[in-house]
Design a binder for this molecule. Sequence first.
Ligand SMILES: *[C@@H]1O[C@H](CO)[C@@H](O)[C@H](O)[C@H]1NC(C)=O
Ligand SMILES: *[C@@H]1O[C@H](CO)[C@@H](O)[C@H](O)[C@H]1NC(C)=O
Ligand SMILES: *[C@@H]1O[C@H](CO)[C@@H](O)[C@H](O)[C@H]1NC(C)=O
Ligand SMILES: *[C@@H]1O[C@H](CO)[C@@H](O)[C@H](O)[C@H]1NC(C)=O
Ligand SMILES: *[C@@H]1O[C@H](CO)[C@@H](O)[C@H](O)[C@H]1NC(C)=O
Ligand SMILES: *[C@@H]1O[C@H](CO)[C@@H](O)[C@H](O)[C@H]1NC(C)=O
Ligand SMILES: *[C@@H]1O[C@H](CO)[C@@H](O)[C@H](O)[C@H]1NC(C)=O
Length: 508
Amino acid sequence: MRPSNIHVAKTVCLWAIWLLPCLVDGAAKGNVLLFFVDDGGFMQSSYNNTVCKTPNLDKLASQSVIFRNGYTSVSSCSPSRSVLLTGLPQHQNGMYGLKHSVHHFQSFDNVHSLPVILSQHNIRTGLIGKKHLGPESVYTFDYERSENQYNQDQIGRNITFMKQFVREFLSQKDDRPFFLYIAFYDTHRGNGSNQSYFGPFMNNWGNGQPGMGVIQDWKPETYDPASVVVPYFLPDTPATRQDIAAMYTSFNRMDQGVGLFLQELKDAGHLEDTLILFTADNGIPFPNAKTNLYEPGMGEPMMMSSPFHKDNWGKFSHALASTMDFAPTILDWFNISYPQYMLNGGRVSLTGRSLLPLAADPAASGFTHVFSSHNFHEVTMAYPMRVIVNQQYRLIHNINHGAPYPLATDLYNSWTFQDILNRTKSGQPTHWFKGLRQYYYRDEWELFDLENDPQELKNRAYDSGYSQVFKQLNQTLAQWLQATGDPWRCMPHSVLFDDQCYPMYNEI
Ligand SMILES: *[C@@H]1O[C@H](CO)[C@@H](O)[C@H](O)[C@H]1NC(C)=O
Ligand SMILES: *[C@@H]1O[C@H](CO)[C@@H](O)[C@H](O)[C@H]1NC(C)=O
Ligand SMILES: *[C@@H]1O[C@H](CO)[C@@H](O)[C@H](O)[C@H]1NC(C)=O
Ligand SMILES: *[C@@H]1O[C@H](CO)[C@@H](O)[C@H](O)[C@H]1NC(C)=O
Ligand SMILES: *[C@@H]1O[C@H](CO)[C@@H](O)[C@H](O)[C@H]1NC(C)=O
Ligand SMILES: *[C@@H]1O[C@H](CO)[C@@H](O)[C@H](O)[C@H]1NC(C)=O
Ligand SMILES: *[C@@H]1O[C@H](CO)[C@@H](O)[C@H](O)[C@H]1NC(C)=O
């Protein structure tokens, strides 16, 4: 293990008071706290939802740069977490789908994950909450309290249960800087059994009512279905409204957790030297969102709070930012160079960018586009997509476009989707902005003009007026797929003997 740059830098800063600016503009600044929400969407007032109560996120927003164009690199749980913690897209790190049970997807054994790199640089790493990643040898934390040790609802939704570990981690006698990753299980849907009892989002669990137990630090909020905001991509029906009201209760429980854990950070004396990041793994668990890479599936709430850039707190950034940028951001914060190594015969180098310059200047230039890449959700859901988004357009390549779009179990079972099915079967209006046929059968290429068609209803990919736009986006996307060694990049016209696509072929 080589001596920590941070320690050296900190010592230099302390000894040389006249070098004080190095604490401000230098790279070695302290700790990182990363909040990751499960299936969380735009439910805070800085994103114009004033119904769902989120006082703690609102406070954090007032101390952050808030991203208007924050995106996930893949709208599916384990793959998204793998990108967050490696900086590599799922098609490169190997976590092609969900980790648990029969799905059993894993990253490649020789991937260098963020916690391992940080640990090698003498930074203490902790995970509290949902992990959902494998193999363990790649995703090793110094301190782990996850579903590997505890019931997932306790460790991800019971904010009192989680608090004891946050406190334990923060009070450990250890002078090294830390990276603490807190991953909520809220606002994921419940496991499906007994939905009407526990609520579709386990939103009744712990509310103190008979049979529910209590979460001591949680003051449950309930919402009148008539008052919720139904986004354009969902049908405005009683079933959907009930579903959304339940999600708000679960989101609010997470919000109260954020407040509780930030208080722990403050009590530990680290509010002034900790970078706080907040985002979610994928879109909300509703049709057209989670597992999709349309705007509601790919867009995420995203905030970055740097104690050294208070001038910009509360400002919005229009930069295109991705969860793929988080590993570079955190490495940059700790002044650690990005990893370079060989993986599957190709050279790995992170293609994301540090977002830290946006803490100093939310209007900093250069953040012009982001990529997403999806292969599976559940193992039966093979639907590879490759996507590029810039300020005006989204281009999607649906590689397996001949097949119907596959439905995730939790979304299929949701009241919202069952209601769409029931209405379709009985010939009633669904009040949905799409029909099922349109949702299931997608063109190979989809190009949307987000500025003029924010609901993404007119596919321009086959419109000659957009051929230049298409060509340029496709070229940039193809370059990125090449740079990240995407094994799917030659599909659907797979040429088995093509050296470009199968560089290892001649060595077998
Ligand atoms: C950051 O790292 C570089 C290269 O390792 C080193 O030259 C520089 O002094 C470091 N800066 C700080 C502030 O630690
Ligand atoms: C919120 O609403 C205001 C006023 O209509 C608008 O200017 C702003 O862009 C909206 N913000 C978001 C994040 O949608
Ligand atoms: C689903 O959650 C309920 C409530 O916590 C629990 O009783 C049940 O065992 C869970 N079922 C599965 C399959 O995990
Ligand atoms: C739902 O769970 C509660 C508490 O465990 C139980 O009393 C009730 O019978 C269950 N209902 C069904 C339909 O399983
Ligand atoms: C939540 O965790 C606390 C602390 O461990 C425990 O006392 C409480 O019973 C838990 N709540 C539920 C609903 O399990
Ligand atoms: C859909 O219809 C089935 C069968 O009639 C019914 O049991 C179910 O409750 C309905 N679901 C919704 C969300 O309306
Ligand atoms: C997209 O770009 C790649 C790389 O230049 C090219 O091989 C492919 O034919 C292009 N696809 C379309 C549909 O134009």
